[in-house]
Design a protein. Sequence first.
Length: 522
Amino acid sequence: MPGEFIKNGRGSCHDTVMHEIELKFQVPPGQRDALDKAVAGRTPARRVRLQAAYCDTAQRALAQARMALRVRREGRQWVQTLKGATADGMTRLEHNVPLVGAASAGAAAPQADPALHAGTPAGDRLRTALGQAPEEPLAVLFQTDILRRTRVQRTSLGSVELALDSGSITAGGSKLAVHELEIELLSGSPQAVIFAARRWVPRFGLWLDTRSKAERGDMLARSVAMAPPRAAAAVRLASDMSTAQALRCVLATCADQVLVNASQVASGEHGDEHVHQLRVGLRRLRSGLRLFEGTPVDAGLALAAAALFGRLGAARDQVVIEGEFAAELQAALQAAGVPGGVPRATPPDDGEVPAAVLRDAASQTLLLDLLAAVHADDPIIEVADTGAPIPDEPLRDRLAARLNRWHRRAAADAKRYPELDDEGRHRLRKRIKRLRYALEFSAALFKPRELRRYLAALRAVQERLGAINDVVVAMEAFKRHRDTDPRAWFALGWLAARREVLIAKALPDLKTFARAKRLGKA
């Protein structure tokens, strides 16, 4: 991969086509001066002022294509840059063109010219994006004014550049402060970026942010506080993939969902759906690791994902309790003549503030470990006790065998569902979710007719079991107040009756699932 990168350094006046590989981290207020001194080192270089104007159409054609077009003054030179995001959390297409003879240092930014990027991968994406709105002119939507301190750091895996940015983004009358550290690959393996991040993040309490200045500026221009939640993207495995290639494909898709939502949650400005989609991404990640169990991947990754999933559970449970049952429970209280509103239903664990959870060292280590797994340099080869590589079984056969084994276990519990206690029902629900995510990962390997009925039965069971689980979560929460609030006793009785009704309704779907035809081998 390093051979694909053609880089002449930040602020270079050379026309460059490259893949930029970097990670960006937000800097806590109390650590900004200390970080600046650490980046400066013993012989600090002078900070450089970078002033940029970002362009887009009125309908945000570039932003919707995850692209950014800017004209930036770097010293006395104007440079036009086009960037395009990819889905791996670290890599972006980039094309820089020096604007020779452009406006002087004291003048306004020259007008951006999309034609300067013609014939490059980034330019092709730009042409496609603008082709959707050919009549819309480009205009400056927001600007940045940054002071940057840089330092080159060499590691055993390659060289990186540290760039500490302080300044602002402005759009109209709105302004957003910028305090972030970028770690960008200059040469060597992408792992060098992660290696450097592991040293700087815990030392200064930094937190990973996948949002670029362009994305933050676009939101500021639209007076939007947060990016939309990132849902899971489809995975397209191919039958000729090795196990290692398939695993990396799954990990990359999970990383996209996890990293984007984690960044928004860590910012402190997020909605309930960001937390929900982050937890979905973590569960999908754990399911993917289990699907490829036996392939050498850091075992701590699954454990750390489970820990973060659990820490975010209280926040999600509160949303379920207050959203799913409040209106119906209020009506039931009124019908029974019980005065007052719905009692407060605090979950058994009061929980932590989601933003603080995502910013702490354990969560940031997990995110870096996930990126390291996605960008692993060496091929993953399973080795037998003799030390010889194990031949890679056809991917479809390997996954079908594992999926069918999971089905047999889940079907056995589905057949005796009424006999299970709440813990057993919850365990079955987790197995069903894991099976569904694993099937979605590997769907492209099987014929549509093999999956259509099976997935329909699986989704129906998951929906039923999810409704039952929500009731159980609410019951556990109300139990905390049964000795101090008589309405909590009423709520517990009402929820217990609802649970029995839902269990009865779930039985036909459980039977259908248990009888579902399993996947065959090639």
